[in-house]
Design a protein around this ligand. Structure first.
Ligand SMILES: *Cc1c(COP(=O)(O)O)cnc(C)c1O
Length: 372
């Protein structure tokens, strides 16, 4: 089956004994145990498993081409579960411009737990190899990166990870499996904040880890999901499955509109530089072209001006709302350094825009007013 078809049909039959085309929400926290008793993988208690969570996990796993998946109550909870599955004293290599929340989580929570980390520029294979230590266990990539839109060659890094026997994780939140399939390129685990394009309407918080194999490392992640307790509600899982049915078509719109907005920005006098992997002028374009089917809905650009001017521009839009996060049907933008706060490596005059599904001419007209 093709992607669009899987998105609409995968997972519907799981834990759905009725003939309902759309499975009901199962709010019950407990399930009757049959005479033989049941083990933990069965439906038993909702923290351990729930029909709606099962349906969503099956769906996201099918779309990423994985074997299995674990859903969490947020993207960051999913990210933390991967790291907690390591042992104290282990070392990871992670992008210096990784999603800021994950940077803070690694530095302020996992470091105290005993995790060692090197934050580096992930566009250089030599730099990655040079940072591999005897206790290195995992390489983390995020491509395109946030908000600098750096591109990492997924296959090349996966080969390097394989050579050194390291677990490789790709945060695929921005491209989504519509635009990029890291597991096909040799990655072991895909991370998602489903709060973004999977949810797609800025009204669900969630995360997921999708695994290529149901191996011992993934079993640890599953244990952390169940015994760590950061699980999503049945209602949120149901909503996520509902949104995911239209993911392919929403991403097509985001890809198309962002390409138009990027072209508009490139030619604007108030804009000094545009970071969008779909632009031929983008430094990572050739690699992006190899590993992405579309370039996504996120654009960062550098204002021909200072921090104050950049903040003023973001304040002048009417249609494009001033807000953080991304992936909704509505366009939003922000002065990114202000949101990232302390430790941010983002330029002071960078604006990040999440291009939505409004008519692109309306988005561009609004930009025109805000920039002039
Ligand atoms: C938002 C985001 C996260 C964190 O997810 P939450 O759902 O906010 O916890 C992780 N990675 C990326 C790339 C994100 O954009």
């Amino acid at each position: 089956m093709r992607f669009e078809t899987k998105a609409i049909h995968a997972g519907l039959e799981l834990g759905n004994p009725t003939k309902a085309i759309i499975p009901p929400i199962s709010p019950s926290t407990i399930f009757e145990i049959d005479e033989e008793g049941r083990d933990e993988s069965d439906l038993h208690y909702t923290r351990l498993g729930n029909p709606n969570r099962l349906q969503f996990e099956h769906l996201i796993s099918a779309l990423e081409g994985g074997r299995t998946a674990a859903a969490f109550s947020s993207g960051i909870a999913a990210a933390k579960a991967i790291l907690q599955a390591l042992d104290p004293g282990d070392h990871i290599i992670i992008p210096e411009d990784v999603y800021a929340g994950n940077r803070k989580m690694v530095k302020n929570i996992m470091a105290r737990w005993g995790l060692e980390s090197s934050f580096i520029n992930m566009t250089s294979l030599e730099a990655i190899e040079a940072h591999i230590q005897p206790n290195t266990k995992l390489i983390w990539i995020e491509t395109p990166s946030n908000p600098l839109m750096r591109i990492t060659d997924i296959r090349a890094v996966a080969e390097l990870a394989g050579k050194h026997n390291l677990i490789m994780v790709a945060d695929n939140t921005w491209p989504t499996p519509v635009n990029q399939l890291p597991l096909e390129l040799g990655v072991d685990l895909v991370l998602h904040s489903t709060s973004k394009y999977f949810g797609g309407h800025s009204d669900i918080l969630g995360g997921a880890v999708v695994a290529k194999e149901e191996d011992e490392f993934f079993e640890r992640i599953r244990l952390i999901q169940r015994m760590g307790g950061a699980v999503p509600s049945p209602q949120d899982c149901w909503m996520l499955s509902r949104s995911t049915r239209t993911l392919a078509y929403r991403m097509r719109g985001h890809n198309e509109h962002a390409a138009q907005v990027a072209d508009y920005l490139v030619n604007h006098g108030k804009v000094a530089d545009v970071y969008y992997p779909g632009l031929e002028s983008h430094r990572g374009h050739e690699i992006a072209k190899k590993q992405m089917k579309g370039y996504g809905g996120m654009i960062s650009f550098i204002v021909n001006g200072d921090q104050k001017e950049s903040i003023e521009i973001v304040g002048r839009s009417k249609l494009i709302k001033r807000a953080t996060s991304l992936g909704g049907v509505e366009s939003t933008w922000e002065h990114r350094q202000s949101s990232e706060g302390e430790g941010s490596v983002t330029p002071e005059n960078l604006i990040r825009i999440s291009v939505g599904l409004e008519h692109p001419d309306d988005i561009i007209e609004d930009l025109e007013k805000a920039l002039n």
